[in-house]
Design a protein around this ligand. Structure first.
Ligand SMILES: [Cu+2]
Length: 303
């Protein structure tokens, strides 16, 4: 009899404890993870994971986070990072992108209740300019661009993008085959595409303006990428840009450096059937300002 009573009271206490726990802990279905990456260049970056409830409120002590980064092709060891220290529901984790390419980042949050919340994200990581220390992996197979090509990210300086609108009033399509500028070592045509909600870049061979049509180069779409800048692009200044048509014809444009395209059009330039307008390039520094790998903290990498 005494035993039974004790058992019952134990059960009661246990039930009370459970209830108390339930009130404090969250269910995984109430939780969402926001991941942002500070740096998409090969080497050290910072990954910020913020944990919200379904109302968008940050969760003070969400538990422990574990990151796993895998490349979308075989042969690379995954990269891990973990932390159980969140400030106002935000984890900041050092993370090393070990190679340029497409990465799938999985964020695993383990709640105090033991429940897990998993979300995965896709990123394109670009190679870093002249970074021989980081690019110490095997680059056989002509992958020397990994050390020569500048990164895409504006946060690290070194690259910028030119935007414009091009109208073709002619009866035939015009193709722009190449571009160059004294301000950068490398100029490429890119297109931003959204893959699984993540913007990434694709190289475009030629810019084609169909007969009687307009193409728009704009942030988040087609753009002319300036890589490995030779000079700082300061707002208010301008750079020269040469476009080479598929016919061999050269067109010289002046591109103002602007923080964003203002309402007033900086001016149009006509060349043959083409009219170039709304020309601008975003500001950037020629020298990298991003944190270098040797200065940043090492992430918790495992085999
Ligand atoms: Cu680009």
């Amino acid at each position: 009899m005494v035993t039974t009573l004790r058992q019952i009271s134990c059960l009661l206490i246990f039930a009370l404890l459970l209830t108390a726990c339930r009130q404090q802990s969250l269910s995984s279905s109430d939780i969402s993870l926001d991941v942002s990456v500070n740096g998409l260049l090969v080497g050290q970056s910072q990954i910020i994971v913020s944990v919200h409830d379904k109302n968008g409120n940050s969760i003070d002590k969400p538990g422990a986070i574990e990151l796993r980064g895998d490349m979308d092709h075989a042969g690379m060891a995954p990269v891990f990072a973990e932390s159980s220290e969140a400030i106002n529901g935000v984890f900041t984790l050092p993370f090393e992108w070990t190679m340029a390419g497409i990465w799938i980042l999985e964020a695993n949050l383990t709640l105090d209740s033991g429940e897990r919340v998993t979300e995965s994200f896709r990123y394109e990581v670009l190679s870093q300019a002249g970074d021989h220390e980081i690019s110490n992996m095997d680059h056989s197979g002509g992958d020397h661009q990994a050390t020569e090509g500048a990164g895409h990210s504006n946060a690290n300086g070194e690259s910028s993008a030119v935007y414009m609108q091009i109208d073709n009033s002619g009866a035939s399509a015009v193709a722009i085959a190449a571009a160059n500028t004294a301000a950068a070592h490398q100029v490429e045509f890119h297109r931003s595409v959204i893959v699984d909600d993540i913007a990434r870049m694709e190289a475009v061979e030629t810019l084609v303006i169909p007969a009687g049509e307009r193409i728009e180069l704009r942030p988040g779409g087609l753009h002319i990428m300036l890589r490995q800048l030779k000079t700082d692009l300061k707002p208010g200044a301008s750079i020269g840009l040469h476009l080479e048509l598929a016919t061999g014809e050269m067109i010289q444009l002046t591109i103002p450096i602007l923080n964003m395209l203002m309402d007033e059009d900086p001016g149009a330039t006509a060349a043959g059937d083409l009219v170039f307008s709304k020309l601008w390039a975003r500001p950037a520094n020629a020298s990298a300002t991003g944190e270098r790998a040797d200065k940043a903290a090492k992430p918790g990498t495992k085999e």
